[in-house]
Every structure is written in C-alpha cells, then in structure tokens.
Design a binder for this molecule. Sequence first.
Ligand SMILES: [Zn+2]
Length: 188
Amino acid sequence: MARRKNKELLDLAMELGGEEAVEVIKALEKKKEATDEELAETTGIRVNTVRKVLYLLYDQGLAEFKRIRDKETGWYYYYWHLETKRLPEILRARKMAELKKLKEMLEEETSEIYYWCGTEGHPKLTFDEAMEYEFQCPICGKMLMQYDNTEVVEDLKKRIEELEIELGLKKKPRKSSRRPKSKGKEAS
Ligand SMILES: [Zn+2]
C-alpha cells in the first residue's frame, strides 16, 4: 500500500478504534489474511477486542472476511483481510461531515452575541438568556460580560478554509509572489 494511503488508514483506525484498531490493521497488513485468533496472538490483544475491531472495520467497509469450513472438524473459520478500495470515499465523507459541523459552529458563533462570566465550562448565554439571569452567571453568580469570540471565529474560518482546499471545494489562495523562495529571506 502506498505510504500516504497507509498513514490515512492508520489515522482513521486510530479515530475509530484507538491503538487496538491500529495494531489489528498493522497485523492484517502483514499477514494479508488471518483469523481473529491469529490476530489476537500476533498483537497480544484479547480476541474479543480483536473481534470488536474487525466488526468495526467491516462496518466501515475497511475489512472483509471469507468463511472457510474445516473439513475435519466441520467448524467454520473466518479469514479476514483489509479492504481499502473504499478508503478515499470514506475519508472524504468524514471530512465533508467535519466541514458541515465546523460551518454550523461558525454559524452559531457569528449569529448571536454571547455573554459569559469568563470561567471555562460555564455557559455562554444569548442576550435574552442573560437578561433572564440579570446578567449573572447561573453557576457562579459573577457578572456576565460580552464574550469576545474573535479568536474562535478566526480559528473556525481557518479550519473551514483548510478543509475546503483539501476537499477540492476551494482553490488555494495564491501567494502575492510566485517566485521561488530566495535564500536568506523568510517566506511568510
Ligand atoms: Zn460562571
């Protein structure tokens, strides 16, 4: 598997199922095909957990299995392998969902002015809500001040732009100078 694709797969595995998912994927990559018990043995992860990870990957379309019957015992064995054909599609869908969420957050931050006591974890109230509480924090009773969200808004806008560029929904802004970096001068 190409390096970049592999990194994306492992990042996704980390998000979906943490360290254990990463280990299972690495083991599957190496073995190409393996049963849950073989994977448990190679990774040292409990077989129940391995199974959970495998089903998680299967749900996402990232793993598939073949069912093979052992002629002697009559038992069925499940041989798992990675399936990365859909990986770009899955990653794109997840990024689109993230973009949507960021846009909603931006909308929420910019559509209202909020009032806040300044303590992390205490609620930010709209003007009407703040009125109801007579501009006192419902938790600590400190006076509510207009919440300056400039930084949050700027940060959201930046992340949205980066994602849009990554998804090809927006072109990279051109630098004012297109000459190659010259030595000694720091390009900003
Ligand atoms: Zn407070």
